[in-house]
Design a protein around this ligand. Structure first.
Ligand SMILES: Cc1cc2nc3c(=O)[nH]c(=O)nc-3n(C[C@H](O)[C@H](O)[C@H](O)COP(=O)(O)O)c2cc1C
Length: 186
């Protein structure tokens, strides 16, 4: 596990969050520092499974080049504020899902990236109402995180761009899973 310690008040906030959250190291291979209970519920991976590991393990051998390239571009560009992309992932038990992944940076007062902040959502099994509810919860999480992080001298960067057409995003994700099923039959 990365030795970047997370302030206690942030850990408590993360654990009580209604959405899946992860924190990663902005340096090196972006190792995971912590994942919360909702992340474990979603992916089947516990904190101990991902100790010091890059979250790309969730991608298996899927080869989702487009989503992965978007994530990499964000991580490589310190000036990029946030990224939001669907990416094909697999739960620990091997079940595929399309992860609508959001990432931004938490910075120190001097502007140095301290953590990569991430939130995950299974868009392939959602309904439009559920996706809109998640968007509202994540947006609310970012807003409420700001004053708590500020107590530890950490600035929350990035606001959420909500999904304009949730029905289309869900339909695309379901199609991704359907294509995956077909290709595994061949
Ligand atoms: C905190 C954090 C959480 C991440 N969560 C996920 C995730 O849930 N699913 C995923 O496919 N990638 C996730 N990533 C992105 C991958 O770890 C990796 O950065 C991405 O695949 C691009 O880099 P690569 O091309 O070197 O694999 C996360 C990254 C960070 C830093």
């Amino acid at each position: 596990m990365s030795d970047l310690t997370v302030p206690e008040e942030l850990l408590t906030f993360f654990e009580n969050s209604p959405v899946a959250l992860a924190l990663g190291d902005p340096a090196g291979d972006n190792e995971l520092i912590m994942v919360n209970a909702r992340f474990t519920e979603l992916t089947g991976y516990r904190q101990v499974d991902l100790a010091g590991i890059n979250c790309r393990v969730l991608q298996g051998n899927a080869g989702d080049h487009e989503g992965r390239a978007r994530l990499r571009a964000f991580l490589q560009d310190d000036a990029a504020v946030s990224v939001r992309t669907p990416i094909l992932n697999f739960r620990k038990d091997g079940e595929p899902f399309v992860n609508l992944l959001y990432m931004s940076r938490l910075r120190t007062l001097s502007g140095r990236a301290r953590y990569i902040f991430a939130s995950q959502f299974d868009v392939s099994r959602a309904q439009p109402d559920r996706l809109r509810a998640y968007d509202a919860q994540l947006s609310n999480t970012l807003t409420r995180l700001s004053p708590i992080a500020a107590e530890s001298g950490i600035i929350v960067e990035g606001t959420l761009t909500t999904i304009a057409n949730s029905a289309t995003a869900i339909a695309q994700a379901k199609l991704t899973l359907a294509n995956l099923d077909n290709s595994s039959i061949l």
